[in-house]
Design a protein. Structure first.
Length: 333
């Protein structure tokens, strides 16, 4: 009886041990599968274009956090979109998700970044800190949020020779799928944009924008093959504020053609034109006469009132006020 009892106990112990090993093996396999999924999700979110046509490479890739966290670390990220002729390089990547919530991913990306397109647009950017989080669902990314501190970027179009420089103390970008559409909201603090050969009339400001891109839900994670080319949408409200009641508001429909040129019918509202005039003249004394003339013209168009509302019309990149006062050429994306 004693021998038989020991035999049954040994068998149970062996089965228990085998079960534990099997569970650990299955868990480990699932952990590495989840780690691979995390890699693909993050790369498709960072990279431009359709995920089916994008190849991403993580240099010195390292998976960490086993067994309770899923972490992905790379010393450098390279993304190539062969379908649209877009390539991008970034600095080090760190991303992680909890095992019990693998669909909620947080990641950090270091600068510098360089993005190049076959259409002749190149963008170089640096930042102090970039942090992002995203929530996935059965089909792609449901929503994402990104915060960038100390962003400085320069975009150059070889097609038009145009150069745009941009910097911001803090940038926030929030995206979410809304059925087939993509909702987006962006906010900027201490931001400034300079367009080559355009009059530099705006000092540093804070701004926010709320918009929808029709049929572009797949852009949130790169599943949309065309991106902004051929896209249309509605700018519900964009606000620029330099303080002291000096506020500009922009709204209206817009679209990009297949070559990346912007067309739009925006309504531009400027509150307290005199305050804007005085602030800009103080910030940029070299263009004081031009600013004074523009302010008088705007007030005349508004019937002499302090708040001015005009049409800002863009036709394939050519921007005008009310369709007849030229502002300049906006380069294609």
């Amino acid at each position: 009886m004693a021998a038989s009892s020991q035999s049954r106990s040994g068998k149970k112990f062996w089965l228990l041990g085998t079960g534990i090993v099997l569970v650990i093996a299955l868990y480990t396999a699932g952990w590495f599968y989840a780690a691979s999924t995390l890699k693909n999700t993050v790369l498709s979110t960072i990279g431009p274009g359709n995920s089916g046509g994008v190849s991403g490479e993580c240099s010195d890739i390292d998976f960490r956090g086993y067994p309770f966290r899923i972490g992905l670390f790379c010393s450098k990220v390279d993304v190539d979109d062969n379908n649209n002729g877009v390539s991008a390089t970034f600095g080090a990547l760190r991303s992680a998700a909890q095992v019990y919530a693998p669909g909620h991913i947080v990641w950090e990306l270091d600068s510098p970044a360089e993005i190049r397109t076959a259409r002749g647009l190149s963008v170089n950017a640096e930042w102090a800190n970039m942090q992002s989080s995203l929530v996935t669902k059965f089909k792609g990314v449901d929503r994402s949020s990104t915060v960038i501190d100390g962003l400085k970027a320069t975009a150059v179009s070889s097609a038009t020779g145009q150069t745009i420089t941009f910097d911001a103390g803090r940038t926030e970008l929030h995206l979410r799928q809304n059925g087939p559409d993509l909702d987006g909201a962006v906010s900027l603090i201490d931001a400034q944009t300079v367009i080559k050969d355009w009059p530099q009339v705006l000092p540093k400001l804070s701004a926010s924008a709320d918009l929808t891109l029709a049929g572009k839900a797949g852009m949130i994670d790169g599943r949309d093959a065309k991106g902004l080319y051929g896209a249309s949408g509605e700018l519900r409200k964009a606000v620029a504020d330099i303080g002291g009641g000096k506020v500009m508001t922009l709204s209206g429909p817009f679209s990009f053609d297949e070559e990346g040129y912007l067309s739009a019918q925006f309504k531009l509202q400027i509150e307290d034109v005199n305050a804007w005039r005085d602030s800009i003249k103080q910030s940029f004394p070299d263009i004081a006469k031009t600013v004074e003339t523009a302010a008088k013209l705007l007030k005349a168009m508004a019937g002499g009132g302090g708040t001015v509302s005009v049409d800002l019309v863009v036709q394939r990149g050519n921007a005008t006020v009310s369709g007849f006062i030229p502002l300049g050429q906006i380069p294609p994306i």
